[in-house]
Design a protein around this ligand. Structure first.
Ligand SMILES: [Zn+2]
Length: 378
């Protein structure tokens, strides 16, 4: 018997069984009726921009956790569109203008720098859904909830990660945290997650696993984890630990602000209502007060400290030029200038993480930093 004939016979036999079952009214079990509790779905994650042994290539999700979460996550679709329906064009334009102004001032590098390549308390698993912040540094930290249920273990978290890893969801988040304080860091803070429509470029987003009906946003351990992430992230981006504010599509006060308060420009969601925002802010303040920072100082961004060193470098250079060159200035003067230059170079190395491909971009960035008068303001 040839292989073709065997396959045809098997298919014929299966069709006969299905026909018989249909005639007799028997429900044959199918794989979709009864998800195998042991089944694991493996998804490839985003290819690493720069090799990082700590970053897994795939994520494994129990099939039943995935199924349960996907039903609930319907609400978290297409949060990528930054011109959501129902927002007056004038407001959208004002928001876009504010972004352009911020990008000029911030000079956030256009490449994905390894800003916060790790967050204490979280394990990294970077997903495919993200894009560039377009030069805008984050101004707001936005808590959300998933509308999916907490389940013991990592399955509930990984299922949400799996959803945000698929192009068809058109959504993602920087972090996902559950009731047991499990946390995944899934979009680098220097990249843009797709969680709150028109406010995506401004936001660091944190998805908390909660259906909205638990009576509380998260457990005590969950609040501690939120406090840790928010405190560290706020430190990296110079965001004050206070409630933020927006008008239309513009950020009028940097800080922490939940998805619901972002209104129609944020995609018109209501989370984290009915839960109050203040306990989330309080958790971040408690973390900041009660512990030493867990933010890795190597990965703070080139926004605040950089201004000081660029200012210093330009001042020393002006003096050198006035005096006829670097060889004519006092050793202390020279030492100060080279310390600042070294500091800036060091930061740029952190951003490029030594990648050869990023060298021209780093040089261009250094030139930009040095020529930007806006960066010289205190
Ligand atoms: Zn939300």
């Amino acid at each position: 018997m040839t292989r073709k004939v065997r396959v045809a016979l098997v298919a014929l036999a299966l069709a006969a069984v299905a026909l018989l079952a249909a005639v007799l009214g028997i429900d044959l079990p199918t794989s979709s009726d009864q998800p195998d509790r042991e089944a694991i779905v493996t998804q490839p994650l985003a290819p690493a921009a720069i090799a990082d042994p700590a970053q897994p290539d795939t994520i494994e999700i129990p099939a039943d956790d995935l199924e349960q979460a996907n039903e609930a996550l319907d609400d978290h679709q297409d949060a990528r569109d930054e011109r959501p329906a129902g927002v007056p064009p004038a407001e959208l334009d004002a928001g876009a203008q504010q972004q352009r102004d911020a990008a000029r001032e911030d000079q956030l590098p256009p490449t994905a720098p390894l800003a916060a390549p790790a967050q204490a308390g979280c394990s990294s698993a970077f997903v495919r859904n993200y894009s560039s912040r377009g030069g805008v540094a984050p101004r707001i930290i936005v808590p959300h909830y998933t509308v999916s249920a907490n389940r013991p273990g990592w399955g509930d978290v990984n299922a949400v990660v799996g959803w945000f890893n698929q192009a068809r969801s058109g959504a993602s988040s920087n972090y996902v945290v559950d009731d047991e304080a499990h946390c995944r860091y899934i979009v680098r803070e220097s990249d843009k997650a797709w969680t709150q429509a028109g406010f995506n470029p401004w936001a660091i987003s944190i998805e908390i696993i909660n259906t909205g009906k638990e009576g509380r946003l998260t457990s005590a351990a969950g609040y501690r984890r939120l406090g840790q992430i928010i405190s560290d992230s706020a430190e990296r981006w110079n965001i004050p630990l206070r409630q933020g504010a927006i008008v239309g599509c513009r950020v009028t006060r940097s800080g922490i602000i939940d998805h619901g308060r972002l209104g129609s420009c944020g995609g018109n969601h209501h989370d984290i209502a009915p839960y109050p925002l203040q306990p989330v802010i309080d958790a971040a303040i408690a973390h900041r007060r009660g512990t030493t920072s867990t933010a890795d100082p190597r990965y703070r961004l080139l926004v605040a400290g950089e201004r000081k060193h660029v200012d210093e470098l330009l001042y020393r250079r002006r003096v050198a030029n006035r005096n006829g060159g670097w060889s004519k200035v006092a050793p202390l003067h020279l030492a100060r200038a080279s310390a600042s230059r070294k500091w800036i170079r060091q930061r740029l190395r952190v951003i490029g993480a030594g990648s050869q491909a990023n060298r021209p971009k780093r040089r261009a960035y250094l030139r930009k930093v040095e020529s930007r008068p806006a960066l010289l303001q205190p």
